[in-house]
Design a protein around this ligand. Sequence first.
Ligand code: GLN
Length: 483
Amino acid sequence: MHSMTLAEIARGLADKKFSSEELTKTLLARITQLDPQLNSFISLTEDLALQQAKAADARRANGENGALLGAPIAHKDLFCTQGIRTSCGSKMLDNFKAPYDATVVAKLAAAGTVTLGKTNMDEFAMGSGNESSYYGPAKNPWNLERVPGGSSGGSAAAVAARLLPAATGTDTGGSIRQPAALTNLTGLKPTYGRVSRWGMIAYASSLDQGGPLARTAEDCAILLQGMAGFDPNDSTSIDEPVPNYSASLNGSLQGLRIGVPKEYFGAGLDPRIAELIHDSVKALEKLGAVIKQISLPNMQHAIPAYYVIAPAEASSNLSRFDGVRFGYRCENPLNLSDLYKRSRGEGFGSEVQRRIMVGAYALSAGYYDAYYLKAQKIRRLIKNDFMAAFNEVDIILGPTTPNPAWKIGDKSSDPVAAYLEDVYTITANLAGLPGLSMPAGFVDGLPVGVQLLAPYFQEGRLLNVAHQYQLNTDWHTRTPTGF
Ligand code: GLN
């Protein structure tokens, strides 16, 4: 029962093969048994889950039928959940119970999902290995000594280990696609503005976007359907009709133009990953796609630009955590300045402090033009590269990450080494484009992902290509031993 996809669960519930309550109890028991190895959850919400499952069963008994009605999921612990701890992976918010539900949480609950818990993550979503979490690292079910990716590492580890079929994540520079790649999942970062950010604790507001993590493209379509849509509470939400994503899965790939950027295959890419990406290109060619080499000439500037813009926005967003209004407050402050300093010094971990300092520096008078403004100009060049490429092709394809999952701790003394892992993912965030990662094979028993990028609001096209690929390959069905 635990290995069913969302689509299979929806069919099973509709055919009355089992109830949502039975399924929820099975998965909660499995989480209790296996999660100690993985540390993929920060909080379990058993009572809420059983209550939601019973309510979903009652709605089905009344003749309602929806793909998400009674489907168990979990939320990355930066989506606000009313009355439930929303820690953002930080000591700063360890005692924070959100006073309201994020739009994504509310929409999915209304569609009938069952929330099993809140998943582990890098502190304030800063990281790519889930190693900066105050609650300790989540582990990769494919190899428990290795990272599951980050920052949505807990969601990825839990779904990959079949603790549940799907979970929410957020992607500021790759945090849905990269953990999907490292754990053999399908993960989709939607177009900026497609999914509401209201109640999603901000890291870098111009880059953050929520999206689904699941095992198949078909399931990503189902979960995205429940998350997407205009939200008047989010001023960056875009009022654009939401297509039927499941209906887009079956289009033919005949004549689809796929662009493969030559810059994606330079130094730094594990040659074994390059080979698997070429295999996936061949598989898509067999389905009728036409392959074209393209160029994204400004890609080399993406990491430096991102690591100015994201910390700059973070330094501003995180100024609200001051020991007065939210979260952690130090003991016995001597005065106001001591209260600020010690609450922030004790409440934030070292990666978050590093980003706040880098960001505050980049925004300071005298340096703003040299760093922040320059980075914004690079951002425009990167967007222009994509616009030019999408005049010639329908989809851009390349690796999701340059390497498979690394050993926990291996990159902790060298933050830049971890930043370099984001080289293929952050350009989509800088340009606001949708991107998807899907399983493409294994290197030394560790999963590898292939990334697809599409023009604005073409999530359906990404899901279509991924679904057709998954009908013709079986990488996404592989299960980690022991789970
Ligand atoms: N690894 C990137 C960072 O640390 C991206 C994180 C994310 O997408 N939330 O900023």
